[in-house]
Design a protein around this ligand. Structure first.
Ligand SMILES: Nc1ncnc2c1ncn2[C@@H]1O[C@H](COP(=O)(O)OP(=O)(O)OP(=O)(O)O)[C@@H](O)[C@H]1O
Length: 619
């Protein structure tokens, strides 16, 4: 077999309504004007997580600033004494108190800086956790339809960067504050010495500030252009490295192609970064050249003032310190302002996404539904997935009564899963209604619906939790472990669980130290046990036994029959023999119900069900 070179992955572009970089066309002034509002937001977020630490930070910043002013003023006294009259010993003796004061101020400044770093360490982890959990909970709470919207996941990826930036946010804001305070104090001292030096100094650092903001903007542009690549790369990384898919990757010799794909995606992102490098170099060179020029002018002005006798040599010597302190504070100020600005870009994405998630959270109504659930009724339901012209459901009507088992069958893509999502209120119909006990789900608080629902989906989660929580999903029923064992018995898993090292306490995640892995069928039995453990009013099982052996499957369906009287049960299945347990079978085709009846009616008829049944027995 000749090896064929693999096709390169398509260039992924972040497109659609949200693909426009929010920074495009925004003026430099507008960019700088964002900084105070970002500082306010950072202060607000920090205040919310740790007020004491915020107060500590402010006190420390003020202390650092005041001690800088004290050091400068005392330095001026030291210089005056050193350049004054008398012997060297006398002049040194005279300068001693001011020197001691400088040392005390320096110690105070260092201590305040250390305490301030402590304050930062107190706030930052809480802030990051807060931002992270807010993001996760917002995504968990959006209407399920939002997941199908174009670019939703990409915007979530962009928002993740805002969370990551919270690591440095407080440190950046704190440096900005501290350099601002130091600057004000140093400038005041310098102004008292000779105000004519100030404009030169400002001009010396301004180009660095402009350069930093422009560089931050270019960085963000690259970040924005790479969002889709990062998103796809992250998913690919997980799928390629997760042990769950390790066999498939190896036995199908996929590693080569996956790595090739992963590398190309990374290279596409790198190319964008490299293309921007010359722009950043030009910005940095220009800002360094302008800054250097003005700095030379500052020193020249100082020299000229001293040489022409306009300021005393002692003052000029102090001015050297003041210029250095001011320069340091100014440089720090522009750097941290640029960093805060940089952070603001990512925080902007995060808050935009959180606002979007808030908008997409269910706003359905205040009505509630309560057990017992006697009837679920679908009337003329139509549903389109976002961006799709063809409806996934096209005018479905049916009524389900308490105690009834309904089987949903049909070819792949005929709309069975979508119908179950509407019945459980996960999706709302575009047209028509779904009612529970006569109440339209569009007006009901969805939490009250889901409190009465148990869903075993086709693709179920394998939670990295202990076995107990994998069954009760962290919602234990009264009776301790008894109901958990009952659910485990109902799916025939007791023996396997008893063999586990810690039984119900066993962690089901091979990737985590001391965790164990179950077989595919055992995992599916656990998923079924979850649905049964909830004793729901509406139980939906979508292909619940596709990986389970015949004995387990038989047992699961026997259990369903035994439990059916107290609920409405829906089973989606391609194994048509299993539909014998159903009181009614509904056959779906292209989003419509085309046949319904009992197994005997449909099997003896000449419709789709009979055709599919014959095919399933034709071996
Ligand atoms: N999240 C989604 N976003 C967009 N389209 C979707 C989504 N889920 C399903 N669809 C589309 O809706 C149609 C019905 O899908 P559905 O999953 O309901 O079919 P099904 O009958 O359950 O199929 P299967 O037997 O394969 O499970 C299909 O055309 C499918 O492509």
């Amino acid at each position: 077999m000749t090896a064929v070179a693999p096709p390169a992955p398509a260039e992924i572009k972040y497109t659609g309504q949200y693909s426009v970089n929010p920074m495009d066309g925004v003026s430099f002034r507008a960019l700088c004007a964002r900084i105070p509002s970002v500082m306010k937001r950072i202060a607000g977020m920090s205040w919310a997580v740790d007020r004491t630490a915020v107060v500590l930070l402010v006190v420390c910043q003020v202390t650092v600033g005041l001690s800088a002013a004290g050091q400068l003023t005392a330095t001026s006294d030291v210089m005056r004494s050193l350049f004054g009259d008398g012997t060297v010993q006398e002049r040194l003796h005279q300068a001693l108190p001011a020197l001691i004061f400088v040392a005390v101020m320096a110690a105070l400044s260092r201590t305040a800086s250390a305490v301030s770093a402590y304050g930062d360490r107190r706030i930052t982890p809480k802030l990051t956790t807060e931002a992270d959990t807010t993001l996760v909970s917002s995504v968990c709470q959006v209407e399920a339809a939002a997941y199908s919207e174009d670019g939703f996941h990409d915007r979530q990826e962009a928002a993740e960067m805002g969370v990551i930036r919270t690591h440095v946010m407080v440190a950046d804001a704190q440096q900005l504050m501290s350099s601002l305070i130091q600057l004000v104090t140093a400038c005041s001292v310098l102004a008292v010495l000779d105000w004519r030096l100030l404009p030169f100094l400002l001009l010396a650092v301004l180009p660095a500030g402009v350069g930093s903001v422009l560089t931050a903007r270019v960085d963000y542009e690259i970040h924005y252009a790479n969002i889709a690549n990062r998103n796809a790369r992250g998913m690919m990384r997980w799928w390629a490295t997760s042990p769950k898919y390790g066999d498939e990757v190896r036995a199908n010799s996929m590693s080569g192609y996956l790595l090739y794909w992963y590398r190309i995606l990374s290279q596409q992102a790198d190319e964008r970064s490299l293309a921007a490098a010359p722009r950043i170099l030009r910005i940095n060179l220009a800002s360094a050249a302008c800054g250097g020029l003005f700095l030379v002018a500052t020193w020249a002005a100082l020299y000229w003032l001293a040489a022409t006798g306009q300021i005393a040599v002692a003052i000029a010597a102090t001015a050297v310190f003041a210029v250095r302190t001011t320069l340091g504070a100014l440089t720090q100020l522009v750097r941290s302002a640029a960093a805060v600005f940089h952070t603001s870009l990512y925080l902007g994405d995060m808050t935009t996404f959180l606002d979007e998630a808030q908008e997409k959270a269910p706003h359905r109504g205040e009505l509630t539904v309560r057990a017992p659930l006697d009837e679920v009724c679908v009337r003329g339901a139509v549903y389109h997935y976002p961006g799709k012209d063809k409806p996934a459901l096209d005018g479905v009507s049916l009524t389900l009564k308490r105690g009834q088992i309904l089987a949903l069958v049909g070819v792949n893509g005929s709309g069975k899963t979508t119908l179950t999502r509407l019945l459980a209120g996960i999706l709302l119909a575009d047209e028509g209604t779904v009612t529970w006990n006569g109440t339209d789900l569009a007006e009901v608080d969805p939490d009250t619906v889901w409190a009465l629902t148990g869903l075993v989906p086709q693709v179920f989660a394998q939670w990295p939790l202990r076995l107990r929580e994998n069954v009760n999903l962290g919602q234990p029923r009264s009776g301790g472990d008894v109901p958990v064992w009952e659910a485990i018995d109902a799916v025939g898993l007791r023996e396997a669980v008893e063999d586990l090292p810690d039984q119900l306490d066993t962690l089901l995640a091979r990737e985590i130290f001391s965790g164990v892995e179950l077989s595919g069928g055992q995992w599916q039995r656990v998923a079924c046990a979850r649905g049964l453990h909830r004793l729901p009013e509406l139980l939906i099982m979508d292909e619940p036994t596709s990986q389970v052996d015949p004995e387990g499957e038989h047992r699961a369906f026997e259990t369903l029959k035994a439990m059916a009287a107290d609920r409405i049960t829906i089973v989606v299945t391609h194994r048509l023999e299993n539909t014998k347990i159903a009181d009614e079978i509904v056959v779906m085709e292209e989003g419509r119900v085309t046949e319904h009846g009992t197994y005997e009616d449909l099997a003896c008829g000449d419709g789709t069900f009979a055709r599919l049944l014959a095919l399933s027995q034709d071996r």
